[in-house]
Design a protein around this ligand. Structure first.
Ligand code: ADP
Ligand code: MG
Length: 372
C-alpha cells in the first residue's frame, strides 16, 4: 500500500532540466533517503511525488495506483518541510488538529459538517470532537509534546516546532511520509537527537518514509537505502554499507565519506586479481571491471602505514612507497596525509598507546588489502 515507484521521471522548468529519467523503487515500510548537493533535484523529486509539481514526463505510483493526475490531498502523503510551515497564531494542539478537521470536512456530508464548522470557529482545546481530541493528544504524546499542547508554536524551540510538524503529518496516518531537509534548521546536537526520534517513530509505525538531505552522515545513519543524486540524475542506489564499500564513481565515494582516488590502467589478471598500474603504484584488486582506464578508490581506514622494513609477512601485497606530509592525532585514530608521486593520500590508522606516531618527512610504506 505504501510503496512508491517513480519511473523515468523528468522535469523541466523553462529550459532547466531539474530531473532526468529518475527511477526509484521504494518498498513499503522502507526508510529511503535522497542524498545530494544543493540544486541536484531532491526537492523537485519530492514535490512531484507529493503532487505539488507536474512531471514533464514519467510516472509516479503510490501503492498500486498511478497518481500523476491525482491532486496532492488525495495522494495519502504526509509532508514535513525544512521551514516546518506551522501556523504561528495557533497552539500546538490546533496545528495538529487542523488537517484532521479539514479531512473530516472533506469527507463528511453537509449536515455532519455543520458542528465541525462551528468548532473550527471556536478552536479551543476541549471543544473538538472527542475522537479528534484523543487522536491529536495521542500523537502529541508520541512526539513528547502533550505537555505543550496549549502553547503557541511561535513560543517553541526549533526542535519542538519540528516535532509539531512531524505530528501534524503523522496524525493523518499517511501511507507515505515525505521529509524535505527536516533537520537543517536545527543545531548540531538537536539534529543528532532528532535523527533518533524520527527513526524510532518511523520504525514503530512502519511508515514508508522518503527523507531528503544533503548531509551524508544523516542519510547513512538513518536510511535503509540511499539514492545519491547529482545534476538531476540518480547516480547510485544502495544500502549505506553498499554505497560506502562499493561506490560506483569517485563523486559518490567522496560524497559518502573520505576517499582516495588513484587513476590507473588495468594491465592484466593474475590469480583472480585485476592488476592496475598507475603513477607510483601497482595495485592488485579483487574487483573486476570491463574498462581498462579505472579509478582505484580506497577508504583511508583501508590503507595501512608502516615504517620501512617493518611490514609483517601477511601484508606483502600492494606495497606503495610514500612520504608523510602531515600527521594528526585524533584520539582513537591518527590521520596521515601521505605523498605518493602526484597524489596526496589520506590514511587513518588506529592509535596504539605506546607506539610512536610517524612524523612529517618520514618515509613510509603503505599497504592496501586487495579486497578493499
Ligand atoms: P535540491 O532540492 O536538490 O536543492 P531542487 O529540486 O530544488 O534541488 O532544484 C533542482 C533544479 O531545478 C535547480 O537547478 C533549481 O534551480 C531548479 N528549479 C527548482 N524549482 C524551480 C522552479 N520552480 N522554477 C525554475 N527552476 C527551478
Ligand atoms: Mg531542496
Amino acid at each position: 500500500m505504501g510503496s512508491v515507484k517513480v519511473s523515468q521521471l523528468t522535469k523541466e522548468f523553462s529550459g532547466v532540466h531539474a530531473l532526468k529519467n529518475v527511477n526509484l523503487d521504494i518498498q513499503e515500510g522502507e526508510f529511503f533517503a535522497l542524498l545530494g548537493p544543493s540544486g541536484c533535484g531532491k526537492t523537485t523529486t519530492m514535490r512531484c511525488i507529493a503532487g505539488f509539481e507536474q512531471p514533464t514526463s514519467g510516472t509516479i505510483q503510490i501503492g498500486e495506483a498511478k497518481v500523476n493526475h491525482i491532486p496532492p490531498n488525495k495522494r495519502n502523503c504526509g509532508m514535513v518541510f525544512q521551514s516546518y510551515a506551522l501556523f504561528p497564531h495557533m497552539n500546538v494542539f490546533e496545528n495538529v488538529a487542523y488537517s484532521l478537521n479539514i479531512k473530516q470536512l472533506n469527507s463528511s456530508n453537509i449536515a455532519a459538517k455543520l458542528p465541525i464548522y462551528l468548532r473550527l470557529l471556536n478552536r479551543k482545546l476541549g471543544k473538538y470532537p472527542k475522537p479528534i481530541e484523543q487522536k491529536v493528544m495521542e500523537i502529541l504524546e508520541y512526539v513528547e509534546l502533550d505537555k505543550h499542547a496549549t502553547r503557541l508554536t511561535s513560543e517553541l524551540s526549533g526542535g519542538q516546532q519540528q516535532r509539531v510538524a512531524l505530528a501534524r503529518a503523522l496524525v493523518m496516518e499517511p501511507a507515505v511520509l515525505l521529509m524535505d531537509e527536516p533537520l537543517s534548521n536545527l543545531d548540531q546536537k538537536l539534529r543528532h537527537s532528532m535523527r533518533n526520534t524520527i527513526r524510532r517513530i518511523q520504525q514503530d509505525l512502519g511508515i514508508t518514509t522518503i527523507f531528503v538531505t544533503h548531509d551524508q552522515e544523516e542519510a547513512m545513519s538513518m536510511a535503509d537505502r540511499v539514492a545519491v543524486m547529482d545534476s538531476g540524475e540518480v547516480k547510485q542506489i544502495g544500502t549505506p554499507i553498499e554505497l560506502y564499500s562499493r561506490p560506483s564513481t569517485p563523486f559518490i565515494a567522496n560524497f559518502v565519506g573520505t576517499s582516495n582516488v588513484l587513476k590507473g590502467t588495468v594491465v592484466g589478471q593474475e590469480n583472480g586479481y585485476s592488476v592496475v598500474k598507475g603513477h607510483g603504484f601497482l595495485i592488485k584488486s579483487t574487483n573486476h571491471v570491463e574498462q581498462k582506464e579505472v579509478n582505484v578508490i580506497v577508504r583511508p581506514e583501508n590503507i595501512k602505514a608502516f615504517k620501512p622494513g617493518t611490514i609483517s609477512s601477511d601484508e606483502l601485497t600492494n606495497i606503495i612507497e610514500g612520504t608523510v606530509l602531515v600527521s594528526t592525532y585524533l584520539g582513537s585514530i591518527v590521520r596521515y596525509d601521505i605523498k605518493v608521486e602526484e597524489y596526496q593520500l589520506v590514511v587513518d590508522t588506529t592509535f596504539v598507546p605506546g607506539e610512536s606516531i610517524l612524523t612529517e618527512g618520514e618515509k613510509v610504506q603503505l599497504t592496501i588489502d586487495p579486497e578493499r
